[in-house]
Design a binder for this molecule. Structure first.
Ligand code: GLY
Length: 551
C-alpha cells in the first residue's frame, strides 16, 4: 500500500500503470482501445486513431460513445502547434429561451426526456473536420472497425451488462428496448451484442462521407422521426451544423505548459484559474491529503465555480470576459480571499468579476502516437445513453444535451449548478460544457493527456490529477485512482470520496465544512497518459472498466 503524507492512502490494491515505448491509447472501454492501438500500429497518426476509437465507442460503449451527441477534441502536435475541434451540439432553430418551463415558469424534465431534449448532433462532423485537416488514413478505414463490431457483434462485458440493466431511459423507448434488451430480457455478460441498424448507418457514413449523416438518408430519417415525434431538429438544422476549430487556452504551472479547452468548455478556464490560485500558495507543503491541503484546494474550487455560474457560455453568442477571468491580478485577489484555516461560506463568495446546468455522463479518451502527437477527446450524449431514444432504423441514441443550457438562468440544476444569462437557450447556440480535455507539456514536448466524464465534477477531477502528478509525484495510475474531493460553490458542500481518513474528515468539519462523504461516492472517472523517461505511462481510472494499451 502506498501511504502518502496526510490522510490518503492511494489504494490497498495499487496497480502499476501500463507502460509502453512508442504509442498509447487510454479509453473507458477496452475493445475501443484495441481499435486505436491497431490504427497506430498500421501507421495511422493520433488523430486517425482518435477518430477510429470514437466510432468504435459509439458501438461498444453506447452509454456515452456516440454518433448522436457531441464533444471536444484537443490536439497537440509534436511540432508544438495545438488546436481544438469543437463539435458540441447546437440548439435547433426552433428552440426558444423558455421552452423547458412549465406554466408557472419552473423548469420541467423536458430538457432531459423525450425527443425535444436533443441538440443537433456534432460528433460525425467533428471527426470529419479532424480527419480532413489532420488525418492520414482513409476515412472508410477509420469507420471500418466500428462497422465490424456492430455487424459481427462483440461479447457483452460485465460492466456493459450491469449498465444496460440499470438504464431507466432505455426501457422507455420501444426502439431502444428492442435493441438494448434481448426479447425483453437483459443481456448477460458474454452474450454477443449485434447492432445491424447501427452497422448500416456506419456503412453509409464510411462510403458516402459525412454528408450522409447531415444531408443523406441518415439525415432524412432523423428529421422525419423528429417531425413525427414532436422533436425540433429539422433537415436544415442538420445541413447547417458546422464543427468549429478554435484556439486552445494556454498557460503554465510549476514548469509545465498547459494546453486547455476554450469555451464553450468551462473546463479550460477552470483549470487555468484554479492552477493560478494554487501557484505560489505553497498549499502542497502541508502534504497530500492533509486537511490543510484539501481545504486549500476546496477553496480554490469554490471560487472558480462561483465564476463559472455567471461568466461562461457559447463564445459565438456573447462576449466572454476570458482575459479578466485569467488576469493574474484578479486571480491573486481571489487567492488572497482564502483563509487557510477556515471554510469561507459560499454566501460570501460571489462571482468575483464583478454562474451552469450540466449533465453527468460522458466519456474521455487519450491517444499518443509514436511521433509525439497527442489527442485528448471528451464526447457525450449528456446523461448515460442520452435521452434513451434510438432513431428507428438508424441504430444510434440521441443526446439530451439541451439540458446543459440554463432552462431558467439563476436557478440550480440537477447538479446544483447555477448558470447565467450567457448560457440561456438560443437557436444555433452551443450549451456550456464541463468537458475538460487537457494536455500538459514539459520543455516543449508532450508530457500528459488527461480528461474525464462526470458533469460538474470533471473540472475538479482533472485539476486534482494534474496536481497529483505535478506536485505530488504520483505515477499515472496512482494519480487517477487516488481519492478525490469536490466543491462547486453551490451547494456549499465539500464532497469527499471514500479513502479519506476519518481524522481528516473530523478536522475539515471543525474548520467549518459541510461534508458529504457518502459511501460509494464517485467523483468522475479519469483517463491519463504521461510521457516519462522514454516511456508512455497509462492510468485508466479504477472507478471504471477501461484500458490503457499500446506498443
Ligand atoms: N454534458 C456534460 C457536459 O458537457 O459538461
Amino acid at each position: 500500500m502506498l501511504v502518502l503524507a496526510g490522510g490518503f492512502c492511494v489504494s490497498a490494491n495499487a496497480r502499476e500503470p501500463v507502460r509502453t515505448r512508442h504509442a498509447m491509447v487510454g479509453t473507458q472501454e477496452p475493445l475501443a482501445a484495441d481499435v486505436g492501438v491497431q490504427v497506430l500500429k498500421d501507421g495511422g497518426n493520433a488523430v486517425d486513431a482518435a477518430i477510429a476509437v470514437g466510432f468504435a465507442l459509439a458501438v461498444t460503449h453506447p452509454y456515452a460513445g456516440n454518433l448522436g451527441g457531441g464533444g471536444f477534441m484537443l490536439i497537440r502536435f509534436a511540432d508544438g502547434r495545438s488546436t481544438f475541434i469543437d463539435f458540441r451540439e447546437r440548439a435547433p432553430a426552433k428552440a426558444s429561451r423558455n421552452m423547458y418551463l412549465d406554466a408557472s415558469g419552473e423548469p420541467t424534465r423536458d430538457s432531459l426526456d423525450g425527443w425535444r431534449s436533443a441538440g443537433v448532433p456534432g460528433t460525425v462532423r467533428g471527426f470529419e473536420l479532424a480527419h480532413r485537416k489532420y488525418g492520414s488514413r482513409k476515412w472508410a478505414d477509420l469507420v471500418g472497425p466500428a462497422i465490424d463490431l456492430a455487424e459481427r457483434g462483440f461479447p457483452v462485458s460485465y460492466a456493459l451488462a450491469e449498465s444496460l440493466k440499470s438504464a431507466r431511459n432505455l426501457s422507455q423507448d420501444p426502439e431502444s428496448k428492442r435493441i438494448f434488451q434481448k426479447n425483453g430480457a437483459y443481456f448477460a455478460p458474454g452474450d454477443t451484442f449485434i447492432q445491424p441498424e447501427l452497422a448500416r448507418t456506419l456503412h453509409r457514413i464510411a462510403q458516402n462521407g459525412v454528408n450522409e449523416f447531415y444531408e443523406g438518408e441518415t439525415a432524412q430519417k432523423l428529421a422525419e422521426a423528429m417531425a413525427r415525434k414532436g422533436g425540433l431538429i429539422t433537415l436544415s438544422d442538420l445541413k447547417d451544423y458546422a464543427a468549429v476549430e478554435r484556439a486552445p487556452l494556454t498557460g503554465s504551472y510549476h514548469g509545465y505548459g498547459i494546453v486547455a479547452a476554450p469555451p464553450p468548455s468551462s473546463g479550460g478556464i477552470g483549470i487555468l484559474q484554479m492552477l493560478g490560485m494554487l501557484d505560489g500558495s505553497g498549499y502542497q507543503k502541508s502534504g497530500f491529503g492533509s486537511a490543510a491541503e484539501i481545504e486549500y484546494v476546496a477553496e480554490v474550487m469554490r471560487r472558480y465555480y462561483a465564476d463559472r455560474s455567471q461568466y461562461l457560455g457559447d463564445p459565438d453568442f456573447g462576449k466572454l470576459r476570458l482575459t479578466s477571468l485569467l488576469d493574474p491580478a484578479y486571480i491573486k485577489r481571489r487567492r488572497d480571499s482564502i483563509d487557510p484555516n477556515r471554510a469561507t461560506p459560499s454566501t460570501q463568495i460571489l462571482p468575483g468579476l464583478p454562474a451552469a446546468r450540466d449533465g453527468g455522463e460522458t466519456t474521455h479518451y487519450n491517444v499518443v502516437d509514436a511521433q509525439g502527437n497527442a489527442v485528448a477527446v471528451t464526447y457525450t450524449l449528456n446523461e448515460g445513453y442520452g435521452n434513451g431514444i434510438t432513431v428507428p432504423g438508424l441504430g444510434f441514441l440521441l443526446n439530451d444535451e439541451m439540458d446543459d443550457f440554463a432552462s431558467k438562468p439563476g436557478s440550480p440544476n440537477a447538479f446544483g449548478l447555477i448558470q447565467g444569462e450567457l448560457n440561456a437557450i438560443q437557436p444555433g447556440k452551443r450549451p456550456l460544457s464541463s468537458m475538460t480535455p487537457t494536455i500538459l507539456t514539459r520543455d516543449g514536448k508532450f508530457f500528459m493527456a488527461v480528461g474525464a466524464p462526470g458533469g460538474s465534477r470533471i473540472i475538479s477531477a482533472v485539476l486534482q490529477v494534474i496536481l497529483n502528478v505535478v506536485d505530488f509525484g504520483m505515477n499515472a495510475q496512482d494519480a487517477v485512482d487516488a481519492p478525490r474531493i469536490h466543491h462547486q460553490w453551490q451547494p456549499d458542500k465539500l464532497y469527499l470520496e471514500p479513502g479519506i481518513s476519518p481524522d481528516t474528515i473530523a478536522l475539515l468539519k471543525s474548520r467549518g465544512y459541510d461534508v458529504d462523504h457518502s459511501p460509494g461516492l464517485v467523483l468522475a472517472r479519469v483517463e491519463a497518459i504521461i510521457s516519462k523517461g522514454g516511456w508512455l505511462e497509462g492510468g485508466s481510472d479504477g472507478r471504471a472498466s477501461g484500458k490503457a494499451a499500446g506498443y
